[in-house]
Structure formats: C-alpha cells, structure tokens
Design a protein. Sequence first.
Lengths: 411, 411
Amino acid sequence: MNKRNCFIGQSGGPTAAINASLAGVIYECIDCGEYENVYGMVNGIKGLIEGKFLDLKELFTDERNIRKLRQSPAMYLGSCRYKLPTHEEDPQTYETLFNYFEEHNITDFFYIGGNDSMDTVAKLSAYASIIQSPIRFVGVPKTIDNDLKGTDHTPGFGSAAKYVATSMLEIAYDSAIYKLNSVTIVEIMGRNAGWLTAAAALARNENNDAPDLIYLPEVPFSKEKFLADIKKVFETKRSVIIAVSEGLKDEKGQYLDADSEFQQKDAFGHVIHSGTGKVLENLVQQAFRCKVRSIELNVLQRCAMHIASAVDNDESFAIGREAVKAAMDGKTGVMMAFVRESDEPYTIGFEAKDVSEIANVEQKIPVEWINEDHNDVTEELYTYLRPLIQGEVDLEYENGIPAYMNVDHLK
Amino acid sequence: MNKRNCFIGQSGGPTAAINASLAGVIYECIDCGEYENVYGMVNGIKGLIEGKFLDLKELFTDERNIRKLRQSPAMYLGSCRYKLPTHEEDPQTYETLFNYFEEHNITDFFYIGGNDSMDTVAKLSAYASIIQSPIRFVGVPKTIDNDLKGTDHTPGFGSAAKYVATSMLEIAYDSAIYKLNSVTIVEIMGRNAGWLTAAAALARNENNDAPDLIYLPEVPFSKEKFLADIKKVFETKRSVIIAVSEGLKDEKGQYLDADSEFQQKDAFGHVIHSGTGKVLENLVQQAFRCKVRSIELNVLQRCAMHIASAVDNDESFAIGREAVKAAMDGKTGVMMAFVRESDEPYTIGFEAKDVSEIANVEQKIPVEWINEDHNDVTEELYTYLRPLIQGEVDLEYENGIPAYMNVDHLK
C-alpha cells in the first residue's frame, strides 16, 4: 500500500564523494522498505527530459555494490550542465517531466549537486506547489568548492581538501632537495571562493611549514605585494612554496589570467589561457631569475578517490540517507545541510533548509579568516578545516589500481 | 677490530622510493653489527666536497624511524645535480674526497641515484683502483624513468607507475560524466624513455578501457597520424583519453614543445615552453573544435608517496640492504641490479653489475613492445609492468595527512 518510487540524479562537476551520497540515498530507500522502485536519471535532469534512466534497486540490493559505489569517484549517473528554465519560460519541459513522474508513480525526487542543481530543486518544488503535486523534492549538496550557503560545509570538499593538503606536503618535500633558490606555485581550483586553496594550509605540521604564502580570490591580488612577499620569505628560506587560487583577481577585479600584459598567443594569433599559475610563474621568473615552477593540480583534486577523506565519505553517505528520511517526513523544497555542533570533538548534525534561500548564492571565505597581510589564513580557518580531512577510506584495489564501479551506461 | 665506516648519499631527481633504499642501507649497516659509523652526505657528493654530512646511526637505531624513512618521499639526504669531473681534469677534488674518507676511516661508499650518480660511482672506484685504496664503492639505482641499463627495472619506477595508472583511471572516470565529445591529454614524465607513459596502460581493466591512445618517445610522432587516430576513436566513443610522453619528437627528431609553429611568446617576446600536452591540446582544439583538456601530472608523479607501490617500496628497501652485503663481500665499482626470475608468480633476485657498463647509457622501450600503429603498447609490455605496481604501502597519517620525516637539515 505504502509503496514509494523515486528518481535520483547527479549534476554539476564531479567529486570524490558524490557517489557516496548517491549510495546513501539508494541504501536508505532500500533499507527503509518503503520504496518499490528506485530510479536513477542518466545525465541528470537533462537526461531525464530525454527519458534516460536506470533501475537502481536490483543492482544495489547487494551491499557490496553499495560499498563499491561509495568508493568510486566522479558520477555514477553522469552529469549535465543545464539551467532548467522557469515554468513560465518553458511550460512544455515541466509538463514532460511531471508526466514522467506520474507515469512512474514518483513520490520523491532527490537531486545531488551544487548551486545550479539546487536551483533545479527550487524550481521543480515551486512548480509542484502551484499544480498541487504531492511529490517531494529534496536536494543533497555537493561541491569541492565548498561555496554553498546554509550548510557548514559541502560533501566532496573534505576529500578535495585532503588531496590538496597531501599534494602540497609532497610537493614541499620534492622542492626541498636541492641547495638552490626556487619558487613553486601551486594553482588550486575555486574561481570565486578560496576554500580549497585555503586547505593547502593543512599541509603544515611540525616537520613542514609550507605553503609559505597563500593567495585567495576573496581579497584583491597585487603583483607588487606578491613579489615583496616572496622576497621576504627568501630572507629565511631557499625554497618558497605558494598556494594560489585559479580565480585571483587584481585590484580592478580582473582575473590574472585575463591580464593582457601576460596574455599569450600561439603562432596563429589565438589567445591561450595559460592559467593563473603560469602567469605568476612568468612574473616570478622575470623578477627573481631563479628556478620557478608552477603546478596545476587540475581535475585530480576533484576525482582523486585514492586519497579521499573518511570523514567526508561517511558524512556524504549519511546526508544521502538523511535526504530520504526528510522526504518521508514530508519535507519538500529543501536542501539537506550539515550543522556543526562542535569543533573538538568534531560532531555534525543534519537539517533540511529552504532550498530557495540557498540556490544561486556563493558562500565565500569571511575576510576575518584571512590574515591582515592577505597572504595566509587565520587560526579560525584552520580550526574550521581540520576535521574535514580526517581519516582514510579503506579502498579496495585490484591488480594494483583501485576497484571502481562500471559506468558503461554513460558511454 | 673489524669495525667499518661508510658514507651514504642520494643524488638526481626524487622518487617515492629512494628513501626506502636509504633506509635499507642504514638498516643493514646497523643490523649486521659491523659498522661503527654510518654517515649521510647532505646534498650528495657536492655537499660532501663542502664537508657536509650527518651521523645517521643514532637516529635510525630506532626502528620506528627506519619505518618512517621508508615511508617518506623525495630525498632525506637532499640531492645535487653535479657531474663529477674526471681525476685527470680535477685531481684536487679527488684528493679532498679521499682525505675525508681516510680521516673518517671509511671502508664503504654507497650512492643512490640514476645515470649521473652511477657515473660518480664509476669514477670514484676507478680512482680508488689507481691509488690502491681499499674502499668499496657501490651504487644503488633509482629513477622514475626506468631507463637504467643492467637492471630489470629501477627502484622508484613502480610507485611512479602506480600513481600514473591510478590518476589515469580517475581522470577517465572524471571525463566520462558529460554527454559531449571531449579529448583529454595527459602528459607524463620521461624525456627520452617512455616507460612511465606506457604505465598509463595499467589503468585498463574490465570497467575501463582508457587510455585510448598512448604515444611514446621511442617512435617518431606524426601530427597527421595523431589526429587520424583520435578521429577513429571518436567513431565508437565520446570521451577520448590520451597518454603522451613529455618527450615526443617528430620525424625530424625535434621535440614537439620546441616546434616553432606552436611556440608561444609572452608580451615581452620571451619564448614560453608550454609543454607537449599544451601543444597537442591546441592542435586537437583547432582540428576538432570540441572540449579539449591537457593535464600535466608534473612532480606529483615522482613524489606521491601516498599512492606508492608496496612491491616497489619493499624491493627498494631490499636492494639497499643488498648493497651493504655486496660491499662486505668485497665488491666495488658495482651497481646493484634486479634480475627478474619469473613474471607469474613475480619473483626477483639481486646481482652486482659492473657500474662502468651501466653509467651514461639510456635504456629505452624495445620497439617490439610498441604496437605497429605506434599508438599503444603490446601485451609483453603489460606483462613486464604489471607486477611493479602491486600492493599498497600502509602509510601512517597524522591529522589527516601522511606523517613524513623531518628534513630541517636540508634548509
């Protein structure tokens, strides 16, 4: 009698933990015994509009597959970059979707993603309210950028932060071996919010003081100050290690890698966006004439499951389960959020927040958490970040590489 | 009476396993009970000429420190890039060094490194023979490039290969999520030998067929063929993943990233060496007008201890111990080598080889191990590579990041 049916989707950029949240949703749907069908949209809401979905219940009734899914990076269900139009702009798409929902007796809709995905949840739940549909729409946050409002932090961020901190530590060891002056610039993702770049500070311990300098997109970047900062570090150290956000902007608000002074062209005259790290590498090279290297951590910071945070993986799984409980409690138009109860010991609770107040807002680092010199983070930011990278995931390996889920359905 | 004293040094580029070899040498020196003093040169032979060395025996009598050293990346003793002149060219340097040896009653000299380091061992042992010094000079190989002659493979290569294979797997998952055509080019270290690039093939398993194409520096690279290869993969797949060596050369033997057609200049007219991946990214972008990304694995492939191969770590430790045994057996002017006894089960033995026949020779991939199309590896190369990445190192973590040795003595 009481049988429920749901659609689950993933959207936006991948993380090492978004499949843990998917596993949490599926696990709870199966475990609670209330769901007859658990469907997964392939390539998010865009795929669903085209009628693409999978039956997830059978495959994941085997708990070994739940575990394997929790330990697989990127997105099992695939993704889309798609801004759902409003129902006033495009009533046809809403009719198509809600016809699908009716056809499959859908009671609940779970969507795991970042800002744009929460916008989708907000629009669908608002429309459901207008047409008096009883379907519950629940968002589950994820983003390595940690820039969602209303939640203490986002699933996926802790694993990316652990990758960044560990890589930064290893790069510092790598840079220490020669007896010569060198500058190493590590470019980290985060176009507008500097959370992930700030996580580089977690590489510091009693044996390592790198990164020596940290530059975040929340405060304006000055090239003159940057070179002066490096000069100062050189007074006491040979190897200078710097963490920079890809999204650094100058005093005029212009991205560094859009700066015409450093803009590069190939032989055909095409502009090459070389990236903030490369721009700064050239700047430092010209100023100091020493060994300079820039390293772009690139997509590995969002997909390196092999160095995922156990806290992040556990929480991402748990918040997926909580989303199902919220739907069964009758909640709709909400995003599940983490509420920090305590830093030490670190404890977290869950809450369902009004998604319309969260979608399309970027949560940046408070300037009080950036030092006065604008080249480092404060102790408060450390305290906030440290619990999120704790613990290692006990990954299964086969033939020397991690054993991840098959995703042939995305081909 | 029988007391021995030794110098140990490290040289060349870092790896995730060179400290395991250092730990093996130190462990055996202490364990055998024959050594009164175990000294470590700081910054290799160059540091020793300047009189810089450490007493290692006290610190590493504690086996917990041996374990921690085995699990620390880069080079505990620091490195140098220094080509020792011949004794004819510079008798003074040899006199300085051999005076040090006499002063400290040195019986054995262990040097862990690549080609240049083996050249140092060859020169010092040849000089010792001329002046009838009884000191034994033993080389221990290391390089992520796997390009040393006389040994089945080199310590450090397996860990780099495991990092490359795992990263390639994770990049493939990351690239699979969108429903659009894309090309991802991963640039891997190895200027003249393609072993590490070939290791990308180890990412393939029943769930993953990437990389789709592999380009090695041992065979000439043709841009036309490259674009035709990609076009062919696009016939059956949306996401094309390509592994390329940084050292690709065209039919005329010119490095791709030195190609004037693609050479980039900044606004000051300085040439920017953008790297092979970037050159190919631009080429593919212009040919296919699809999403193209190039990823440079950069220094992480040589220092990512957190995804080291247990086989590599164990063997690197063992070959360090074997070097001490060889010295005690009276061997000098030798490099310790791995001899493969069997692929399956994989077993390895050790042998001391004449270092003068090894130094300054580059061991490349045999062309028979590259497919006819020059865009992939053969089954023989798989079989050779697979055992080297097996097993994971049970790393200690503190506060969410790996616990590595203090290297303040390198500051």
